[in-house]
Design a protein around this ligand. Structure first.
Ligand code: FRU
Length: 918
């Protein structure tokens, strides 16, 4: 629309300009006439004067265009000129015919064509022309003869130099002259010579005539140029004073007839006016439609020494006048030019004005259009917004429904985990059943166990996939001995390798190498790669794990090579893509295992790649150190302790492990574990697993605190989702209670979100394990925690003397011991001071005190007090001057002999001997 309008505007502007131009042109053309003048020739001054006067006249009238053609004094040229002027379509044709006869037909043609024809100076034959203008040449001849007759009465001989034969002036001038001469007897034309109007044409003839005829007194030349030429010949002959000359034309100006008369060169000249201005005036009248006389005769007079000056003055005045007119005309032309420039500027301005008006109109139109468009766009925008909102709503609904489905799916998967864990535990319980020993059902049970494990792994993979998709995984990397870690998983597959006669090996070039890995995730990566290797490697094949500590690359490379079916080369790029299924793989596969493996390795800033040649080789590269990890990604975990006694997985499901019997335990010899869990099946499962090695106490959660305070166990395993208080609360309470604060606590839950993990740590838990937990890891964790506590205990024992109330170590346990030491120290000389009294002072029960001290220090509280008394006695024996009896009472012994017996029992030396020795 806009483009079309602009186009239209441009066209319109162009049209306006064109109209302006045309209107001006038309204005000029409306009055413009062309007058064509076929001039005889341009060479002589008379013709030049004639042309000049015509041009001046033409200039007076801007509507007249004057075209003068040069006939070069040649008839044929002139005929051609006239033809051209006819063709040009001149409005008036002026002709000064070179000769009369040959020019007549072409003039006739023009006249008959309707072109007004004005004959000037020389005549044509007939009367087929509009008008004639010129002096009367008969009269010119007559005047010349009469003048001669008037100045002399003596017999005089005259030489006549005539003009061009065939031209009317030559004819008429001669005729008029001779007519008068004949009438005067004393005058005689003794010779006539012809010319072409120019002097060169007569000089030779004249010389001859003068030589032959000595009596010539006068020369009558038909024009001043012929007369001057004659004078020059006379001068040549020295006759210039003897023979007088009469010319024709009487031009003013240098070498003009008037000047030559003034100078005495000519006796006289007959004025023959050019009639240039009169011819133009006559042509104008013809153009104006006026009727003009056919014959327009110009006046002629004789100019001799008597009137030459006047004539000269007259002509000078006329010339001056003409010059003024010319100046005026030039001024006028300049004015016209200025006018035309201004008029052009005006036109341009007018044009610009029109354009600006049009542009203004266009801008109004555009703004209107824009507003309209804007309104339309706003409307459209509104519609789009509504549609977008609708789409958003639909998308939200779809998302909600999708989320609901996925949540349902995820929840369901979570739900699957506990029953499968229970199936597994039940299978294990069955396996422990003596009645099943040697029973064929054992194989079936193994099948259930293996498949339940597999199902559990698949569910875990699905949940992991969902977590990866939601970017919910957080790396929990801990410093791990890679060889030990690999070895524990390696062992899980060893049995299967044996069974299928697969050459299964593990080598490592640096068994002490530690890397920061998320054990849980890396366990899954290993498991996936090894499961695949075993899945696709035929019996009697080879599977090889190699760990290479690449010191130069500051990384570690783990290779998993197998001699299986391999992966087709063109599919290698796709193996880590989700839902990839090898084209040569007929075994069922979810297609997410390798995808997850890659994601997990990527999370470690590592890399996993695959090659396939005579089997498959996966290469995992992990960076060493922890610079690539964020601080929140690093956690503390117990060292991996490779425990060859722990094995429970599908490949290990061999009949011999079902033969193991649980041995009755002596509670004093073993560590105790309190399991807080409300799922009866699970609690029984854990109990079943642990009771061979530990004294196991159980709580369904409702009495967790009471049970913990009652038994003060060595380790607590606590679920999170419990009926009364949740696991985090229980843990917090126990950790804040002096009586139980020392007990290592493991939180065991199906919740594995990052928040829950953090909450677990905040509550003071020592470990956080997610369900379904690997019993192997749980067992190992308990052992590690106990081992760590043993180390702590060792520390306390060796630093017991340092721990007093004046020093605070920060930990609750240290505070407890410091407080306890303080109370004991205060009562060292009190033989009645009892454990009950101490417990009362510490606000704990006797049993709790006993258990706590036993747990922290590894000795009974009474032994501990006794120990302190002995230490004090020892120091008094060494440093004080007190007697042994006094020392015995000062350290709370009721009798010195009892003190001595005890001292000897403890230090294998009597107090007396000890003092002497020291
Ligand atoms: C000019 C001229 C004049 C003469 C006239 C006759 O060409 O020769 O000198 O008077 O022509 O036509």
């Amino acid at each position: 629309m806009t483009k079309a309008y602009l186009n239209c505007l441009l066209k319109f502007t162009f049209f306006i300009f064109l109209s302006l131009q045309i209107s001006c042109k038309q204005k000029e053309d409306a009055y413009k006439f062309t007058i064509g003048f076929a001039q005889t020739g341009f060479d002589d001054d008379w013709r030049k004067a004639m042309n000049q006067s015509m041009r001046i006249q033409a200039d007076f009238n801007p509507n007249i265009d004057l075209v003068i053609m040069d006939g070069e004094d040649d008839v044929d040229n002139q005929i051609e000129d006239i033809e051209q002027l006819i063709k040009k379509g001149v409005d008036v044709l002026i002709v000064s015919p070179v000769k009369s006869k040959p020019i007549t037909p072409i003039v006739k043609r023009a006249y008959n064509k309707g072109i007004p024809v004005l004959i000037v100076d020389r005549k044509i034959e007939g009367s087929e022309y509009t008008a004639y203008l010129g002096a009367d040449n008969l009269q010119v001849g007559t005047d010349a003869a009469n003048y001669l007759a008037s100045i002399t009465s003596e017999k005089s001989y005259i030489l006549e130099i005539k003009g061009l034969p065939g031209s009317s002036p030559a004819l008429e001038r001669s005729l008029g002259f001779n007519n008068v001469i004949k009438k005067n007897n004393h005058l005689e034309v003794i010779q006539s010579i012809d010319s072409n109007w120019e002097s060169y044409s007569i000089t030779d003839t004249l010389r001859k005539v003068l030589d032959e005829t000595k009596s010539i007194n006068y020369i009558f030349a038909h024009n001043d140029r012929l007369a001057l030429g004659a004078w020059e010949v006379l001068k040549e002959k020295g006759l210039q004073n003897d023979i007088k000359i009469i010319g024709v034309d009487g031009l003013s100006g240098p070498n003009g007839g008037i000047q030559l008369v003034q100078e005495g060169i000519f006796m006289a000249t007959i004025l023959y006016p050019t009639g240039g201005d009169e011819a133009m005036k006559l042509a104008s009248s013809i153009l104006n439609g006026q009727t003009v006389p056919k014959n327009n005769i110009l006046k002629t007079i004789v100019i001799d020494s008597r009137n030459a000056d006047i004539m000269k003055n007259q002509y000078d005045k006329i010339a001056q006048h003409q010059k003024d007119i010319e100046n005026q005309q030039n001024k006028l032309k300049r004015q016209e030019k200025i006018y035309s420039t201004q008029s052009n500027i005006l036109k341009l301005l007018l044009g610009l004005l029109i354009i600006s008006v049009l542009l203004g109109a266009y801008s109004i139109y555009s703004s209107y259009n824009l507003k309209k468009k804007k309104r339309e766009l706003e409307l459209q925008n509104k519609k789009i917004t509504i549609q977008r909102n609708q789409i958003r709503k639909i998308a939200d609904e779809v998302k909600k429904s999708n989320d609901a489905k996925v949540n349902f799916f995820t929840g369901l998967s979570h739900e699957f985990k506990t029953p499968i864990t229970l199936i597994l535990s039940s299978v294990e319980t069955l396996s422990d059943n003596k009645a099943l020993k040697d029973n064929k059902l054992l194989r079936e049970i193994g099948l259930i166990f293996n498949n339940s494990k597999r199902l559990l792994r698949l569910i875990n993979q699905l949940l992991d996939f969902r977590k990866i998709e939601d970017r919910k995984f957080t790396l929990r990397a801990s410093e791990t001995n890679l060889f030990e870690f690999t070895k524990t998983i390696f062992r899980d597959f060893e049995r299967e390798a044996q069974k299928r006669n697969i050459n299964f090996s593990l080598v490592c070039n640096n068994e002490a190498l530690s890397v920061f890995i998320d054990r849980n995730l890396m366990d899954k990566v290993y498991f996936n790669l090894l499961s695949n290797a075993f899945k696709f490697t035929p019996n009697n094949g080879r599977i090889h794990i190699e760990i290479v500590d690449d010191e130069i690359g500051n990384c570690v490379k783990i290779y998993f090579k197998d001699s299986g079916i391999g992966i087709p080369g063109k599919e290698l790029d796709n193996v880590f893509k989700v839902f990839y299924q090898g084209s040569n793989n007929n075994k069922p596969s979810s297609g997410i295992g390798l995808h997850l493996s890659k994601e997990f390795v990527d999370m470690h800033s590592g890399n996993i790649s695959v090659k396939s040649k005579n089997g498959t080789e996966f290469e995992i590269t992990l960076p060493k150190g922890k610079a690539h990890l964020a601080s929140e990604e690093i956690i503390q975990e117990p060292d991996v302790i490779y425990d060859s006694g722990l094995k429970l997985n599908e490949s290990d499901f061999e009949s011999e492990r079902f033969e193991q019997e649980s041995l009755p335990l002596n509670p004093d010899d073993v560590y105790s574990v309190l399991v807080i869990e409300d799922n009866i099946d699970l609690i029984q499962y854990i109990k079943g697993k642990l009771q061979n090695e530990f004294q196991v106490y159980l709580s369904n959660g409702t009495d967790a605190i009471e049970k913990a305070l009652e038994h003060v166990p060595d380790v607590i395993i606590c679920d999170v989702n419990l009926p009364d208080k949740d696991g985090f609360e229980i843990c917090e309470i126990l950790k804040n209670d002096l009586r139980t604060s020392h007990i290592p606590t493991i939180i065991l839950t199906a919740l594995d979100a990052k928040d829950s993990y953090l909450k677990g740590l905040q509550s003071g838990a020592d470990l956080y394990l997610t369900k379904p937990f690997s019993f192997r890891i749980l067992f190992q964790s308990i052992k590690t925690l106990l081992y760590n506590r043993e180390k702590l205990r060792y520390y306390y024992i060796n630093n017991i003397h340092k721990i007093n109330s004046n020093e605070t170590f920060g930990s609750q346990e240290q505070d407890f011991i410091a407080q306890m030491n303080h109370i004991i120290n205060d009562n060292l000389d009190n033989s009645n001071f009892s454990v009950e009294q101490l417990a009362e002072n510490l606000n704990v029960s006797r049993v709790q005190l006993y258990r706590k001290v036993k747990a922290i220090l590894g000795v009974s509280i009474s032994d501990y007090i006794q120990n302190m008394r002995m230490e004090k006695a020892k120091s008094l024996l060494e440093t004080s001057g007190l007697s042994i009896s006094e020392i015995a009472y000062a350290t709370g012994f009721s009798s010195p002999s009892y003190f001595s017996t005890n001292f000897k029992n403890t230090y294998k030396i009597t107090p007396k001997a000890f003092r002497n020795k020291s």
